[in-house]
Ligand binder design. Sequence first.
Ligand code: NAD
Ligand code: ZN
Length: 251
Amino acid sequence: MKAPEKRVAELLKAARRILFITGAGISAESGIPTFRGSTAAFQHGLTEEGIPFEEALSRPSFQRYPELSWKYFFQLERSLRGKQPNRGHEAIAALEGRGRQVCVATQNIDGLHQQAGSSLVIELHGNLRRLVCTRCAQAENRVSFDALPALPRCPACGEILRPDIVLYEERLPEKALDLLAEEEAAGFDLVFSVGTTSFFNYVVEPVLAAARRDIPTVEINPEETPISESVAFRFPGRAGLVLEKLVGGAV
Ligand code: NAD
Ligand code: ZN
């Protein structure tokens, strides 16, 4: 093990409360494409219709052209179908216990952290397979979207259904933000950012806040991001490979 790896493995071993911020990159090794970066699902960030994916998956677009958004909800669901947690998700889950608390705040909508056994997962962007009605309280969890028509409707009231995810130009779920704030208030002694472009302030700030208070921070991402220069340790590798090594030396 090289010196920085050894140092982080020691920090992991000693830590009592750890925060992991994760993005699409942690699920890349499970075979789920990211939106941005070199393994991106959208070439040049555009859909087949030639519009930016952020627009197709935005609230105004869903309200105006729900069938277009649904086309991409179906595509997303197919990209998650049958995918299993990888050694990155597993390494994070393995850290729990032995007096250690692990909080995972993820932007992923794939449920793989929970499937790997992590018990405190804050889904900042919701979960794709949970369908909710845009009018009434109807909600259901779906294993697959296969049996659904092109524009799924609520069995109770007939209004359009949508996945319980945060669309672009929508606010984050308040419950998730409150929970993250509570966990941050309780304090962490080690903070990781794994597989995210660190595009959104709410995933950047917990890392920078820790760095400002001299709490060790770690970034795992093959590509540089806006936080790369601010973290104490940076591992430019694949999440599963790096986490397996770091955690292997700590549990
Ligand atoms: P992103 O797609 O914008 O960026 C992915 C990041 O992962 C990039 O920085 C890339 O360099 C990095 N990466 C790629 N392979 C990696 C690997 N093997 N190990 C470590 N890092 C790797 O993802 P984002 O910033 O998380 O946000 C985009 C939004 O898209 C998210 O909000 C999420 O809701 C959604 N999304 C979710 C999934 C999923 O649930 N698995 C997949 C794609 C997109
Ligand atoms: Zn309804």
